[in-house]
Design a binder for this molecule. Structure first.
Ligand SMILES: [Zn+2]
Ligand SMILES: [Zn+2]
Length: 295
């Protein structure tokens, strides 16, 4: 599962086995060192100060464990010790609560109506998945992993907006071609759906798959289309900022109409706007915008 391919010329990459890397953290003192460096992630910490922060009396023992982390999670500079990229990721995971927290949030009502049926929208959270769904129809439903450690940073009534911004943030990285879980390469592809498998009557969906860890993200074709600057500008001129306004309100401007242009190779047209003026983004097999049509 882990990529051992050769990097391009001029790129030096030394890979260690994940077993060896994670085994390094199987010790309270080492986790304490990483956590202590994470208190000031942008500053190198001198040895004596780091020793004081970790609070281990035996300096030989402290030194031994610090040495074990060197060049994997911790690096030494002239000014002291600092976290490597992997070390920062470990601290980030501690804050995100990915490995530790367990939280549930029940039905937080959203003021705006379901863009598909006009019913009531709710946000909820369970098993580390955030969900924005319509309580009246099955068609409007967004589900995505949300870090449990971020939940208590928001009041309940701010959660739906936070969920939505997080979803867009994740999608931003995915559309740019990076896995939200492992930072591996992700490629998109347009998948045509037969009528019995369609969600919200969409004739196709976009699937992004990570070439490294295999994780998959699924989104409607209008998702990647809203990252195109022409589409963002078109919606902005109509009073909607896709970067800050909740996605369900964006849909309320008139759900973009999605039509199948070709099955093989797959091609769909996503039309924003109304009869008076519209912008159509045409997506090709790799789920990128091929062309734009104004009407
Ligand atoms: Zn609905
Ligand atoms: Zn991945």
């Amino acid at each position: 599962m882990f990529d051992s391919s050769q990097p391009a010329d001029g790129v030096a990459v030394e890979r260690r086995s994940p077993e060896a890397v994670f085994a390094l953290l199987g010790d309270d003192i080492r986790v304490g060192i990483v956590r202590a460096l994470g208190e000031t992630p942008d500053e190198a910490v001198p040895f004596a100060e780091l020793h004081r922060r970790v609070g281990v009396r035996d300096s030989g023992q402290f030194n031994y464990h610090l040495g074990k982390l060197r060049d994997v999670f911790v690096r030494r500079t002239d000014a002291g010790y600092e976290l490597t990229h992997a070390g920062r990721q470990v601290v980030g995971a501690m804050y995100a609560g990915t490995f530790t927290a367990d939280a549930t949030v029940e039905n937080v009502p959203i003021d705006d109506p379901c863009p598909l049926c006009g019913g009531g929208l709710v946000a909820e959270y369970a098993d580390e998945v955030g969900r924005i769904r319509c309580s009246a129809c099955d068609a409007f439903r967004n589900e995505f992993a949300f870090p449990p450690g971020s939940l208590d940073q928001f009041e309940p009534d701010a959660l739906p907006g936070a969920f939505d911004r997080w979803m867009r943030h994740v999608l931003d990285g995915v559309v740019a071609g990076f896995c939200h879980l492992c930072a591996g390469r992700m490629d998109g592809r347009l998948v045509v759906d037969p009528p019995e498998e369609q969600i919200a009557s969409l004739p196709a969906h976009v699937e992004y798959e990570c070439a490294r860890c295999g994780s998959v993200a699924r989104v409607g074709p209008h998702g990647p289309a809203t990252f195109h600057p022409a589409v963002q500008g078109f919606l902005y001129e109509r009073g909607h900022d896709v970067r800050t306004d909740p996605s369900w309100r964006h849909d309320a401007l008139g759900l973009p109409e999605t039509t199948l242009r070709s099955t093989d190779p797959p091609e769909v047209a996503v039309t924003f706007g109304d009869e008076r003026s519209s912008l159509t983004a045409v997506l090709g097999p790799d789920a990128t915008v091929r062309s734009l049509e104004r009407d």
